[in-house]
Design a protein around this ligand. Structure first.
Ligand SMILES: Cc1ncc(COP(=O)(O)O)c(C=O)c1O
Length: 378
């Protein structure tokens, strides 16, 4: 087979002695210290003489490490004692089914309320419709998912089993900043793209879930944080591997877990602790996002997608006023080692994903490139 390999920006950056700044929405940039530790310890997990990939999940060493990561998440997020932390297969999409399978049965009407804020909430809605009744109580579809819609307390039907929302909309660049208070029913949040990026009051939620591949590490597992009183109501046909009560009973070791993912998650959570925890993550996130939104707001060359007060700190989505310049923008960014900036297919344009591991220097480099590109093409 004759394949021509384009030299990647990452290669160029490596030759220059640095890594590319990777703005990928996920799998996403990891802290360099974590990657180095993975590299260093890959062949020998805790002195066992075998790699983490080769050891039993029932070995004392693995079980202790899995319990450590769960403790780290509990302490980082301030998860109250009456919540269980589970590791589940299948990433965010699996939870789109697992959540209704486990929670629809909380009330006889089997009704889930959903807030539609973009492609991933839509996907969650479609999957939930297989398992019960779904009512979309608010949507920002009519304004192109540029905001988080308002919800009124009167919409929170107490006969519903739960309310589902997506805390950060990765493709559209919007984020919830004020979660509903005192909801009369269990509030469920898909935090796949902003978990451990800021403090949240876990006690407001009945259940939080997140795929690991953004702020928590690498793909293969989702973390589920669930209040104990919501366990034990799974619908009759729930596969055992998705039954949260069974997972809680067996400390998520009902079958072979994604051992590598869980190990990396432990290293990532330890790194977040060492950096100072979630307040520090939030300060950094605000600082990073501000650098890019300042460029977007000034000069008129770039156009942000999201309404001002709803703009995500994790995914900055924008386009160029002259969209014919987009390919050139992306190609020149790549040449400078600023990679993976192409917008989500449903949205187009540019998306800069700025998760916890993105150094400020990376965002400064992107902001400088944006100003320079605008200066040359404006
Ligand atoms: C907010 C959100 N939810 C769900 C998903 C789906 O996750 P997965 O690809 O692990 O199924 C994503 C993926 O990017 C996401 O950003």
């Amino acid at each position: 087979m004759n394949m021509s390999y384009e030299k990647s920006a990452a290669d160029t950056a490596r030759e220059k002695g640095s890594r590319a700044y990777n703005f990928s929405p996920g799998p996403a940039m990891l802290p360099l210290e974590v990657l180095e530790e993975v590299h260093e310890r890959f062949l020998d997990f805790q002195g066992m003489g075998a790699s983490v990939l080769e050891i039993s999940h029932r070995s004392g060493e693995f079980m202790a490490m899995a319990s450590e990561v769960s403790q780290r998440i509990r302490s980082l997020m301030g998860v109250p004692p009456e919540y269980r932390i589970l590791f589940c297969h299948g990433g965010g999409h699996m939870q789109f089914s697992a959540v209704p399978l486990n929670l629809m049965g909380l009330k006889p009407g089997r009704l889930g309320l959903y807030v539609d804020t973009g492609n991933f909430s839509r996907a969650a809605i479609q999957d939930a419709e297989q398992f019960g009744h779904v009512r979309v109580i608010a949507s920002s579809a009519d304004t192109g998912y540029d905001r988080i819609p308002r919800i009124e307390m009167t919409q929170l039907d107490p006969d519903a089993s739960y309310l589902h929302l997506t805390s950060n909309n990765t493709a559209h660049g919007t984020q919830w900043f004020d979660f509903p208070e005192h909801t009369p029913l269990a509030m469920v949040a898909d935090m796949t793209s902003d978990i451990i990026s800021r403090p949240v009051d876990v006690s407001k939620f009945g259940l939080i879930y997140a795929g690991a591949q953004k702020n928590l590490g690498v793909p293969g597992t989702s973390v589920v944080i669930v209040r104990e009183d919501l366990l034990g109501h799974a619908l009759g046909h729930t596969p055992s591997i998705l039954d949260f009560a069974l997972l809680a009973e067996q400390d998520s070791l009902n079958n072979t877990p994604a051992n590598f993912t869980i190990w990396v998650m432990n290293l990532v959570c330890r790194w977040v602790e060492q950096q100072g925890g979630l307040e520090v993550m939030q300060q950094r996130a605000e600082e990073r996002a501000r650098l890019l939104y300042d460029v977007i707001d000034n000069g008129g060359f770039y156009r942000g997608y999201a309404a001002h007060d709803h703009r995500s700190l994790m995914n900055v989505c924008f386009t160029l006023s002259d969209e014919s310049l987009l390919d050139g923008f992306l190609a020149q960014a790549r040449e400078r080692g600023l990679i993976a900036l192409k917008g989500h297919p449903t949205r187009g344009g540019v998306r800069a994903s700025l998760y916890n591991a993105m150094p400020l220097e990376g965002v400064r480099a992107l902001a400088e490139f944006m100003r320079d590109f605008a200066g040359r093409n404006g």
